[in-house]
Design a protein around this ligand. Structure first.
Ligand SMILES: *Cc1c(COP(=O)(O)O)cnc(C)c1O
Length: 441
């Protein structure tokens, strides 16, 4: 069971080689893992353990997913060896014919998938994509309006611990105390008062759709750029299960590894007029050579995301999150905004007598893996009063309404801090997870 979760390098198969058949690749995967086990049992054991851990519990971390074997194969391909600074047709290194092909295909697929005039697939991560977006549009000291960190903003939206908070003057907007929804009137009022150079919309924990048209109108009124940091919903957008910010935002940033189910990495989408500035902001301004194996894997993921099967998946992700949110509410948890439109559910476990960190740790002991999150209002820095979960990974495994209906009661039982209850929940979690192995048996 571990070998399928561990990609291996094809033997002598370069791109287009006849040796790259499926059977050869499968054999190479097994052989590659066997070789690793012989050469480095210490790391092989770590990989086997991680494969088991992922298959053995309920993976509800909102930013995680199970990439396909095809994505893993691209990551472990010979492109991992290639240096290719620059862009296709304009590289600083020789031998880039296949690197160029991979990047051109990735860019074309990203543009088609999201309806964007321009795509840059080189950012190493979501944070790198945001850094490049700011570099393309801003100067140090510029004022930026973004969601506050306790309301769901990301570190790159002005945290003092991050480059964003040190180099720019961030003004936070928030959510309404009653509804938990973005307070668009406050956004507009702050924009008029502070005249920011850019407005950022996007969040790590906001479970509802954002009104991109309204953000655009506010940005236009004050002459600001609009940056959509769509790292979380990008996969839902690809599958038609969430609104697309591309027609509204000057720059859209995203990650390829969350609901989108690709390799770890970032993506930037923009119009033709900002294309050159964005490209130069990524390379050479904020990055060196791109990871060409990751770019090939992004191309594979974009290809997968363009299929009807992925659109159905994206909608199932949301359906599952809705069932989970309703079930948690029935158990006494308080989901923020009362529910969800996306893969995300954030909830206050206080009615069950625990804070987010205690809940996370007790759930982890029962094999249920999720995050804490900040909750708007009354949150102290780093406190993590709430819990945040997402349904991208369990939906990839094939779980649906029957499982989502069962899970909330398991949460409540695991939170009782009773060893016998925890053991019972652990057994139930194993039974459920065992029926949905992420990479087959
Ligand atoms: C995940 C996320 C990021 C950062 O992505 P990394 O790949 O972890 O750097 C940035 N912004 C938002 C809104 C995110 O959700």
């Amino acid at each position: 069971m571990p070998p399928p979760t561990v990609p291996s390098a094809p033997t002598d198969a370069g791109p287009g080689s006849q040796a790259g058949t499926e059977a050869t690749a499968t054999a190479a995967a097994a052989a590659g893992f066997d070789a690793l086990r012989r050469q480095d049992p210490e790391i092989a054991d770590v990989l086997i353990g991680e494969g088991r851990r992922q298959a053995d519990g309920l993976q509800l971390i909102a930013a995680e997913n199970f990439t396909s074997p095809a994505v893993l194969a691209a990551l472990a391909s010979p492109l991992a060896n290639k240096y290719a600074e620059g862009y296709p047709g304009a590289r600083y290194h020789g031998g880039c014919v296949y690197a160029d092909a991979a990047e051109r295909i990735a860019v074309e697929r990203a543009r088609a998938l999201f309806g964007a005039e321009h795509a840059n697939v080189q950012p190493h991560s979501g944070s790198s994509a945001v850094l490049a977006a700011y570099a393309a549009l801003l100067r140090p000291g510029d004022t930026v309006l973004a969601m506050g960190l306790t309301d769901g903003g990301h570190l790159t939206h002005g945290s003092p611990a991050n480059f964003s908070g040190r180099w720019f003057d961030f003004v936070p907007y928030g959510v309404d105390a009653e509804t938990g929804l973005v307070d668009y009137e406050q956004v507009a009022a702050l924009a008029r008062h502070h005249r920011p150079k850019a407005i950022v919309c996007g969040s790590i924990s906001y479970p509802r759709h954002l009104d991109y048209a309204l953000f655009r109108a506010i940005a236009d009124e004050v002459g600001a750029y609009l940056v959509a940091d769509a790292a979380h919903p990008l996969g839902l957008i690809a599958g038609g299960a969430a609104p697309n910010p591309v027609p509204y935002a000057d720059i859209v940033c995203g990650t390829t590894h969350k609901v989108l189910r690709g390799p770890r990495g970032g993506l930037i989408l923009c119009g033709e007029e900002l294309a050159e500035r964005v490209d130069r902001a990524v390379f050479p301004f904020t990055q060196g050579g791109a990871q060409m194996h990751t770019i090939a894997a992004k191309a594979v993921a974009f290809g997968e995301a363009a299929t009807p099967a992925f659109a159905a998946y994206a909608h199932r992700v949301v359906d599952n999150a809705r069932v989970l949110a309703a079930g948690l509410a029935a158990e006494g948890f308080a989901p923020t905004t009362g529910g969800t439109d996306t893969h995300l559910v954030t909830a206050d476990p206080a009615p069950l007598g625990v804070d987010g960190k205690t809940a996370r740790d007790r759930l982890a002991a029962a094999g249920i893996v999720l995050d804490t999150c900040a909750l708007p209002y009354g949150e102290r820095h780093g406190q993590g009063r709430g819990i945040r979960l997402g349904t991208a990974a369990v939906t990839t495994q094939g779980m649906g309404a029957p499982e989502m209906t069962r899970i909330p009661a398991l949460f409540t039982a695991a939170l009782r801090d009773d060893a016998a209850e925890t053991a019972r929940v652990r057994a139930d979690v194993r039974e459920i997870a065992g029926r949905f192995p992420p990479y087959g048996q």
